[in-house]
Design a protein around this ligand. Structure first.
Ligand code: CAA
Length: 378
């Protein structure tokens, strides 16, 4: 067992760290306030090779593994979790194509994302349905060489802006998961429309949309896997992509700790810097304990993904543990900052608003516990 990063991984980590410091951190508060996605960051990420790095070499991409993707993720989320979600959710849209798509489909859908800055999106949740993913109401009707799609998807990161959405639908509402399909729907498909969801608590620099499909014709050549494979492709995707959520949560926790250290060194009470009080020291120590254990967990889960070994149990633990740890770190960072932590002048209140979503999206932390417990009891 070896915990050292190799030279390439160290360079990648440094690249992402520099990118976050230069391109993300300085604009994070502004775009959070404006509730606007900073497209220029997507373009710059593309230029330096940090956008969609999992696209395989045969489709013109870098073919990075999950471990490397997570190293990048921790650094970018340190700058802003909302902006990182834009890039992370694109990987979420790419993953089902890597899992369920043929080589021809991978080249057709993913090669264009290697030629210019562009995003992908993953559309599973619906207005009336989230945790019970197999109970979807979006219907795909067979029309010979195409599916006719009707329904709506909700809470879709990058939805509308993405070049394509991987949409999960049912061919028979009584058929459960065995009647589901995964379809790649391009953003210009006639009958497809989208509405931006406004006034989010956090991650406001990421675009979240409702997607509406009205008689959208999707050629069968855009179907990933066979009829009945949709749900399993979605589950296998989430088993992988929950790991970058964990990595991002560690990035948030690290930011919370470093901001707390900086502030506590400057702030004085009772005639000394507050770092001299154990009440503050213990909070910092707790943050460090969470960050170190969380990082080990997400790195283990990512390593399992890259080895092609079972990883659903570990990715669920990593996602739930790291997001709750990140929440606790952000909460304590506000406490260290006192009243100043509660207003936007310091970045810590944003960390709390942002990390809350990590406990909800890509499967609520309650669903992660279902996955963990089922694995223990099977
Ligand atoms: N990998 C492969 N197959 C799996 C699987 C997995 N991880 N989990 C289940 N399956 C298979 C089962 O083996 C079973 O197959 P058979 O019938 O052939 O045996 C089938 O799928 C059905 O499995 P279950 O009966 O266990 O399914 P369930 O209906 O009880 O659901 C669940 C299980 C874990 C609760 C699942 O519904 C789930 O994960 N829900 C949460 C959904 C979610 O994470 N949504 C987030 C959306 S993404 C997002 O947040 C948007 C964004 O923009 C960031």
């Amino acid at each position: 067992m070896d915990f050292t990063l190799n030279d390439e991984q160290r360079q990648l980590q440094q690249l992402a760290r520099d990118f976050a410091r230069r391109e993300i951190t300085p604009i994070a508060a502004e775009y959070d306030r404006k509730e606007e996605l900073p497209w220029q960051v997507v373009e710059k990420a593309f230029e330096v090779g940090l956008l969609n790095p999992s696209i395989p070499e045969h489709a013109g991409g870098l073919g990075l593994g999950m471990f490397d993707e997570c190293l990048i993720g921790e650094e970018l989320a340190y700058g802003c979790m909302g902006i990182y979600t834009v890039l992370m959710a694109s990987e979420l849209g790419i993953a089902p194509i890597l899992i369920g798509g043929t080589e021809e489909q991978q080249a057709r859908f993913l090669a264009p994302l290697t030629e210019k800055a562009g995003l992908a999106a993953f559309a599973l949740s619906e207005p009336g349905n989230g945790s019970d993913a197999a109970g979807m109401a979006t219907v795909a009707r067979d029309d010979g060489d195409a599916w006719i799609l009707n329904g709506a998807k909700m809470w879709i990161s990058n939805g509308g802006l993405a070049e394509f959405n991987v949409v999960f639908a049912t061919t028979d509402r009584q058929g459960g998961h065995k009647a589901t399909v995964a379809l790649v729907v391009p953003k210009d498909a006639p009958g497809f429309s989208h509405n931006k969801i406004k006034h989010k608590m956090g991650q406001r620099a990421s675009l979240t949309s409702e997607l509406v499909f009205e008689d959208v014709r999707v050629p069968k050549e855009n179907q990933l896997g066979g009829l009945g494979d949709g749900f399993k492709i979605a589950m296998k995707t989430l088993d992988k992509t929950r790991v970058p959520v964990a990595a991002g949560s560690v990035g948030i926790a690290r930011r919370a700790m470093e901001e707390s250290i900086k502030y506590a060194k400057e702030r004085e009470a009772f005639g000394r810097p507050i770092t001299e009080f154990q009440a503050i020291q213990f909070k910092l120590a707790e943050m460090a304990m969470g960050i170190e254990t969380g990082r080990l967990m997400y790195q283990k889960a990512a390593w399992l993904v890259d080895q092609g070994l079972p990883h659903g149990f570990e990715s669920a633990i990593a996602k739930a543990y790291c997001s709750e740890m990140g929440f606790s770190a952000a909460n304590e960072a506000i406490q260290v900052h006192g009243g100043y932590g509660y207003v936007g002048e310091y970045p810590v209140e944003k960390l709390l608003r942002d990390v809350k979503l990590n406990m909800i999206y890509e499967g609520t932390n309650e669903i992660q516990r279902v996955v963990i417990a089922r694995s223990l009891l099977k």
